[in-house]
Design a protein around this ligand. Structure first.
Ligand SMILES: [Mn+2]
Length: 353
């Protein structure tokens, strides 16, 4: 049996954030197509307790999705949601910790609703006698992968689950909501939100499919309205400065790994720093290289961090420095960020003294 798994949809009204509804519908469409019948939503389905749940209620009652069963836990943003807010018979909200079997012989699912005054470990301790065999933990909060004791957590921590809790209670899998960026660490899996909340939640979004037979977890890409990217580029004054920036943009685009049909969804924020001989030419080199892509809010590239510098002798020194740093960084396996930082400092030194 396969189960679809998502979290942190943060639904508002349909008017104010249609992309969040669309992302959720895409998850459900894919689930129906894969003949999946159970959908787990691990908290923060709603952005706030808005008292207006009708849109979601109606969605679940839609003929398209009647074959789906929804298993929902509250998160820190929608802590008070309860089953009585919904009328569609396929919605189940777990307001108390509960152990549930979806199929005979399958694993048990232990749903832990978000509770601001507790760690997940405290809940597990209370229910330890019923947790045996193959069981899967579903919760909403912070996973502490270190050895720190999660029961002495500082404020700002959301219902933490410690690595030691997992070792001690031994769930077969841990499905968590709360962190919007997808992440897997050992048994723990955050699918991340199926839709970016803002420009800073970058890249393609996913949801998870858990196979209860072998407990394997597959990531599926959500077909979202937008795909955000936040990038930085370093302009370097040299004979081939504009060709250099074009090459950087080309490799940036390759990294995005977008299919042709995804290109129109991309929304880009680009901050450029460094030095160039001609700001206008730099701007047009960037615009040409990104002609197929849209900037976030039509803001265009941010060239505020670029200084104009055009002095032949020092530019030729910069040219040599750049080539040297590029090849040394490659040998040393430095990240683009580290390399750019070193390059920017070195060039700054040549130019500003
Ligand atoms: Mn949350």
């Amino acid at each position: 049996m396969k189960i679809a798994f998502t979290a942190d949809v943060h639904l508002k009204t349909e008017d104010s954030s249609p992309e969040r509804f669309n992302a959720l519908c895409d998850v459900l469409d894919q689930a129906v197509k894969e003949k999946i019948s159970s959908v787990i939503i691990a908290g923060d389905l709603f952005d706030v307790e808005s008292r207006n749940y009708a849109v979601f209620d109606n969605l679940c009652r839609d003929k398209k999705y009647l074959s789906l069963d929804f298993h929902i836990i509250p998160g820190n943003h929608d802590q008070a949601i309860s089953g009585k807010y919904f009328t569609s018979s396929n919605i189940r909200v777990y307001s108390e910790p509960e152990l549930v079997f979806f199929e005979e012989g399958g694993p048990a699912f232990f749903f832990i609703p978000y509770n601001a005054d507790s760690s997940m470990g405290e809940i597990l301790a209370k229910y330890r006698s019923s947790l045996s065999g193959r069981w899967i933990l579903v919760g909403h909060g912070d996973y502490l992968s270190g050895t720190k004791n999660p029961n002495s957590y500082e404020s700002g921590m959301y219902m933490p689950l410690g690595r030691s809790d997992i070792e001690y209670y031994n769930p077969a899998r841990v499905l968590l909501g709360h962190i919007h960026k997808k992440m897997q660490s050992g048994k723990v899996c955050y699918p991340g939100s199926p839709c970016s909340m803002d420009i800073n939640e970058t890249g393609k979004r996913s949801f998870g499919v858990l196979d209860t037979n072998d407990l394997s977890f597959t990531e599926k890409t959500v077909n979202t309205d937008y795909i955000y990217f936040v990038e930085s580029l370093l302009a370097v004054p040299a004979a081939d400065e504009f060709e250099y920036i074009r090459q950087k943009i080309t490799s940036m685009i390759v990294n995005w790994d977008l299919k042709t049909e995804e290109v129109p969804k991309a929304r880009i924020r680009l901050k450029v720093s460094g030095y160039c001989s001609n700001l206008k030419l730099l701007q047009s080199a960037i615009s040409q290289s990104l002609a197929d892509y849209k900037f976030y809010n039509d803001e265009g590239p941010d060239l505020g961090g670029v200084s104009v510098f055009d002095e032949a002798e020092r530019v030729s020194i910069v040219d040599r420095i750049r080539k040297r740093v590029d090849s040394e960084a490659l040998k040393a396996g430095l990240s683009k960020e580290k390399k750019d930082m070193i390059l920017e400092k070195a060039i700054g030194f040549v130019i500003n003294g």
